[in-house]
Design a protein around this ligand. Sequence first.
Ligand code: SF4
Length: 242
Amino acid sequence: MNAIDDAIARHERIALQVSGGRDSLACLYLLRPHWSKLTVYWCNTGDPFPETEAIMRGVRAIVPQFVEIAGNQPGVVAGFGLPSDIVPADSTTIGVVANGGGQLIQDRYSCCARTYIVPMHERMVLDGITLVIRGQKQADQLKAPVRSGAVDLGIEYLFPIEDWSTQQVMDYLREQDAPILRFYEMLDGAPDCMTCSAYWENGAAKYLKRYHPEHHVEVQRRLDIINAAVAPSIAHFNREIS
Ligand code: SF4
């Protein structure tokens, strides 16, 4: 019995978490023999790419159990500020209060946690899930701090493609004749939100400009706001360090 068969045989409440990215899609195809025993969960951030929505409609149509969880990126951004890779102290909640106003900015990880990581985990607990399967890879720059086989707070984690490379994932998807979204090949990571103003290393702005120009305008507007909010701290930093 391999690790996938073994884990699935030991659990009754199993979740396959998918994002619409290439790794989770590869996991979905790899687990095809077990679809009847698991539920596919997708957290719609509330600001998904139409490409992602289209692929999730396709997934919903072919799996026996599918749950869509409602994320609320617009509400999180309205409440906690624009997500950014740099957060000046004056743009934190306390900083804005102390200054009597200013641009509220949140770090990108908190924004993701508020928008979809926490809602997904809360749903796992609510549904009594004891095995979570994800397309997490060891080669990923950003990943949960658990390895496949770990048990945390009563939930076991299984990452069937943990040791795969990105090239292996793409080759496998082609072998399976799976749909290949254009951003699987054009971006380092599948973007979760169309108006995200963070994760600058992913190069999503260029992709947006080409395929979703109206959203590119909005993201540039947000980046301009962040630029203006960050500039004083950068100037002070440069003065101190020189
Ligand atoms: S992808 Fe960007 S906008 Fe979406 S939840 Fe994460 S930080 Fe926020």
